[in-house]
Design a protein. Structure first.
Length: 228
């Protein structure tokens, strides 16, 4: 579904991402881990059309989209969520999802809000949701576009353990019921173990390891990289 080969990005002589290759297959949830500054978000920006790579290629859905604008990735079936919430705070939960649904002729709003456990709060303005609820609403909006692949940047950031557990369940339901595929940047290793079938670990712009969560998190190189 998504294939990147030898992606490289430099900023004023600093190599933020250095010849990174990865693949995400349909129906997977793949994690991307590493410390702050490892290059994860820069990689996401290139994978979704927000940054043009200096080298390498990005193929999505069988199309070479290297260097194309973000809207072309979206049209091909990719959606993004970001570290900073980008909801319409003054609109209701239902209106937030319908805005994405109508614009893209995507999935049914009621079904999605039930999946993310927000249907009972559909008439509540988004600004009055808890942080965990807002994150789940973002996922519902991304899914409402009709996307096949969702790139989620730190979806469990600032969540309680209970909220992260609910998020893991929502991700699994969206994958199983709606056929979504996910690539997650994530610092919560419990969530990574629960939700991800495969993981890439990055450090200083390069991939250190790739495999199952247990394989990657037991790697001595990854352990050393993640230690404060």
């Amino acid at each position: 579904m998504l294939n990147a080969e030898n992606l490289t990005k430099r900023f004023s002589g600093l190599t933020a991402v250095d010849r990174v290759s990865l693949a995400v297959h349909r129906g997977e949830t793949v994690g991307l881990i590493g410390t702050n500054g490892a290059g994860k978000t820069t990689l996401f920006e290139m994978l979704s059309g927000f940054l043009r790579p200096d080298e390498g290629t990005v193929r999505f859905g069988g199309k070479n989209l290297t260097g194309q604008a973000a809207w072309r990735f979206a049209r091909a079936g990719m959606a993004r969520t970001f570290q900073n919430l980008r909801l319409f705070e003054g609109m209701t939960v239902l209106e937030n999802v319908r805005a994405a649904q109508i614009a893209c002729h995507g999935r049914a709003a009621e079904e999605l809000l039930r999946t993310v456990n927000l249907w009972e709060k559909r008439e509540r303005p988004a600004q009055f949701l808890s942080y965990g609820e807002k994150r789940r609403l973002e996922l519902a909006r991304a899914a409402a576009t009709g996307a096949m692949l969702v790139l989620a940047d730190e979806p469990s950031a600032a969540m309680t353990a209970a909220e992260a557990q609910e998020l893991a369940e929502v991700l699994e339901t969206l994958k199983a019921g709606d056929g979504l595929t996910f690539l997650l940047i994530e610092h919560n290793m419990d969530l990574v173990r629960r939700a991800c079938g495969r993981v890439y670990a990055m450090d200083r712009g390069r991939v250190l390891a790739e495999g199952t969560p247990d394989e990657v998190l037991s790697s001595s190189a990854v352990k050393a990289s993640l230690l404060p």
